[in-house]
Design a protein around this ligand. Structure first.
Ligand code: UDP
Ligand code: MG
Length: 318
């Protein structure tokens, strides 16, 4: 009987110190499994030696495929490219920096064999900066109140997807990809396996504060229209309050004449309304910006060079 094929997708951005240690750790685990396997590295526009190392690795190891982007398009684009090139019956997304323990692949595959379409690796936050932990806890509490899909703290991109789930993700062609939301949106039977947080061994995290904030906004805006509706409600409330205020003042003026010191009221009203208007415009702008991006239909990434071919089934989907 033919063994099933497993595709391992590895987004890599400036990971020259990790390419080899990671590959050999991964290979050791994959060789123990009962699967045929391929690894698809996505070089996300690295400026260091990552691409050279991948080229060298692929000449010696035929299971190694790589796709190299013309510049840094971001991890979301890298994951998409991985899915598009994956030919496996299931696919695993894993970081190149050894923060995702490769041994967990056994557990992920076990879940797949039990019939789950998504097996999610969820980490605890041990060793993370306290402030970062608190902020992300708050973020997930907030986001789950607001968005229409369920997002878990600690459940990142490290997961296994069945062929069906990969196909479902590929059908969604949106430009602004928020993987966490997309993974949750497609549904299917899911299982969670837990692992201990590991600190990064080599190189630095690519997440700056501003990247994290942008990611947070993407998460909120990509998956619901509630902020727009909130604008409408707040605006409506203020309008009604202002009308009542005007009515009261008007009757008072008719009864007792004009009261001169109205400066404070006027200034505070102008400032308050100005603030609300700016916030509302900002939220609307977020959505319009997204519509603008989607209408351009630009590709998610451009390939500089690659030794991988696109997955057969994906060509059919297109
Ligand atoms: N990565 C990427 N493109 C980027 C940023 C990161 O492909 O623009 C890759 C990176 O090489 C790593 C993974 O995504 O394999 C996770 O990145 P990182 O370790 O910086 O994130 P963290 O673990 O701090 O969340
Ligand atoms: Mg990392």
């Amino acid at each position: 009987m033919n063994k099933p094929l497993l595709s391992v997708i590895v987004p890599s951005f400036n990971e020259e110190k990790n390419v080899e240690p990671f590959y050999f750790a991964l290979k050791a685990v994959l060789d123990e499994t009962n699967y045929r396997w391929e690894v698809i590295y996505i070089d996300d526009g690295s400026s260091d030696d990552t691409l050279n190392l991948l080229q060298r690795l692929s000449t010696w190891h035929p299971q190694v495929n790589y796709v190299s982007f013309t510049r840094n398009f971001g991890k979301e684009a890298a994951i998409l490219a991985g899915f598009q090139h994956a030919k496996g019956d299931c696919a695993i997304v894993i970081d190149a920096d050894l923060q995702h323990p490769v041994e967990l692949i056994h557990d992920l595959l076990e879940g797949f064999e039990d019939g789950y379409d998504q097996v999610i690796a969820c980490r605890n936050r041990k060793g993370d900066h306290l402030l970062k932990t608190a902020l992300s806890k708050m973020y997930y509490k907030l986001i789950n109140k607001v968005v229409d899909v369920r997002l878990e703290d600690g459940a990142g991109d490290f997961r296994l997807l069945s062929r069906r789930a990969v196909e479902a993700l590929l059908v969604m062609s949106e430009g602004n990809r928020f993987s966490k939301g997309l993974f949750s949106w497609i549904g299917f039977d899911q299982k969670v396996v837990y692992y201990e947080n590991v600190s990064r061994q080599n190189g630095e995290s690519k997440w700056s504060i501003s990247k994290l904030i942008n990611y947070g906004i993407d998460g909120i805006v990509s998956f619901n229209m509630k902020p727009l509706r909130l604008c409408f409600y707040v605006g409506g409330f203020i309008l009604v309050a202002a009308l009542i205020y005007i009515l009261i003042m008007f009757t008072q003026i008719i009864r007792t004449g004009i009261d001169v010191p109205g400066y404070f009221t006027i200034v505070s009203a102008v400032l308050f309304l100005g603030g609300i208007q700016l916030v509302s415009l900002g939220i609307i702008g977020e959505y319009i910006g997204r519509i603008y991006n989607e209408t351009k239909k630009r590709p998610h990434y451009l390939v500089k060079e690659s030794n991988a071919t696109k997955g057969k089934r994906y060509e059919r989907v297109q």
